[in-house]
Ligand binder design. Structure first.
Ligand code: 7TS
Length: 415
């Protein structure tokens, strides 16, 4: 592998060359979605230019080529997360759909009134609402591991909430607000001791660290291609093959059947049992190019680079007395998401002023409303890093923040 060179990497991402409001773009909204390298764009164009066809059904050359390319990405995805077989990978639209699929197909016929689902207080709505819906449908009860003031999950708290009533634990591997890396492997061990299965939400983690589902021991894990340099409209669900085989289908339609009578049907083998209808073929093939890109750079090198950027940003924030950082302020079990509030400056106003300087951050509740309530804020600003960000860009962020603060100090208070 070549040494990590951020300037070389940046040249692969065409959008990074553009200006916004006359300033070079500083893209720090990577937790929402990442930018795409030319290789991903070219791979998608190549598919539509040369071998666009529907998969699994055609016997002509284009259909065979498209099927082969699509299924090759399934194997590549399995390798990327060290899954034991490509049969354990289901393609979906996004992490959200993966969680809904698992919640419904696994939980609907299994959970009984009084069974418990254990979540944490810092889940994205995608890892909360599907469980609320499932609980409503089955009579199961949701329980929540509290987060500490600095945005962490403590194992004794997890242990205290586990009991034979808990049938499933669903927890994020990396908070999209705090950037915290949760002790996923230890949670899996504790849960398994009590007979509960574990779903890990790797929507944030998957683009920033190596993932090994066998080492983690999890029963299911989900992620979205668009947060991993890939296109929108593609997600994946990994689940243990025996679980997938026992689970009911999620959506019904073409492709997911073995045989169909007018009033009944039998199901296809896994994973195709869960891929009803024509999937996002071009998107999945493009996702393969994204995985290749991440593999070429190396997940450990990416994590180390983002670690440096985040440490530098946190250090810079210590010079902004008006700033409150939400989440760990030390670089222990932490990734490159920095959520903050500035005294006297609403996050949305800050976001607008930063955009004027070409700096893209996110402001809002980050689809984690219960967590915002826990923090006692309606919204936060959030900068999030990816492999192509630089130390200079952290400086540009800090300069833009100082500029916004100065601008607001000059403004008369509106009544
Ligand atoms: N889980 C986590 C931890 C996330 O951060 C997100 C998206 C999702 C699930 C859902 O992913 P999707 O691809 O299905 O939408 N998080 C964010 C965010 O923080 N800002 O925009 C999207």
């Amino acid at each position: 592998m070549n040494a990590f060179n951020v300037e070389t990497i940046r040249k692969d991402f065409p959008v990074l060359a553009r200006t916004v409001n006359g300033k070079p773009l500083v893209y720090l909204d990577n937790a929402a979605t990442t930018q795409k390298p030319q290789s991903v764009i070219d791979t998608i164009t190549d598919y539509y230019s040369r071998y666009n066809a529907n998969i699994h059904r055609g016997i002509h050359t284009l259909a065979e080529e498209a099927t082969e390319a699509y299924e090759a990405v399934r194997s590549q995805t399995a390798r990327f997360i060290h899954a034991p077989s490509e049969r354990t990978i289901v393609f979906t639209r996004n992490a959200t759909e993966s969680i809904n699929l698992f919640a419904w197909a696994w939980g609907r016929s299994r959970l009984r009134a009084g069974d418990e689902i254990l979540l944490t207080e810092m889940e994205h709505h995608a890892n909360l609402i599907p469980w609320q819906m499932l609980a409503r449908a089955t009579g199961a009860v949701l329980r929540f591991v509290p987060v500490t003031d600095d945005g962490r999950i403590e194992l004794p708290r997890v242990e205290a909430l586990l009991s034979p009533r808990v049938k499933l634990v669903a927890i994020t591997m990396m908070s999209n607000v705090f950037g915290t890396l949760t002790p996923a492997r230890a949670v899996v061990e504790l849960a398994h001791k009590q007979g509960a299965i574990v779903l890990l939400d790797a929507a944030q983690a998957a683009a920033h660290m190596a993932i090994d589902v066998q080492a983690l021991g999890c029963d299911a894990l989900v992620f979205s291609a668009h947060k991993m340099l890939g296109p929108t409209g593609v997600g994946a669900l990994y689940a243990r093959q025996d679980l997938l085989e026992q689970m009911d289908p999620f959506l019904g339609g073409g492709e997911m059947i073995l045989d169909v009578q007018l009033t009944s049907a039998t199901w296809n083998e896994v994973p195709w049992k869960f891929e009803a209808g024509t999937p996002n073929i071009g998107g999945v093939i493009g996702f393969g190019a994204a995985l290749s890109y991440l593999e070429k750079v190396g997940m450990d090198a990416i994590q180390a680079h983002e670690h440096k950027l985040t440490a530098y940003a946190l250090e810079q924030f210590t010079h902004v007395p008006e700033a409150t950082i939400h989440g760990p302020t030390q670089m222990i079990d932490r990734g490159g998401v920095v959520a903050f509030n500035l005294e006297g400056l609403h996050p949305h106003d800050l976001g607008t002023l930063l955009d004027g300087e070409g700096v893209a951050i996110r402001a809002g509740h980050h689809c984690a409303k219960p967590l915002m309530r826990r923090l006692g804020v309606p919204a936060t600003a959030r900068a999030s890093f990816s492999l192509y960000n630089t130390m200079d860009e952290v400086d540009r962020l800090m300069e833009a923040i100082r500029g916004a603060q100065a601008f607001f100090k000059r403004q008369p208070v509106k009544r």
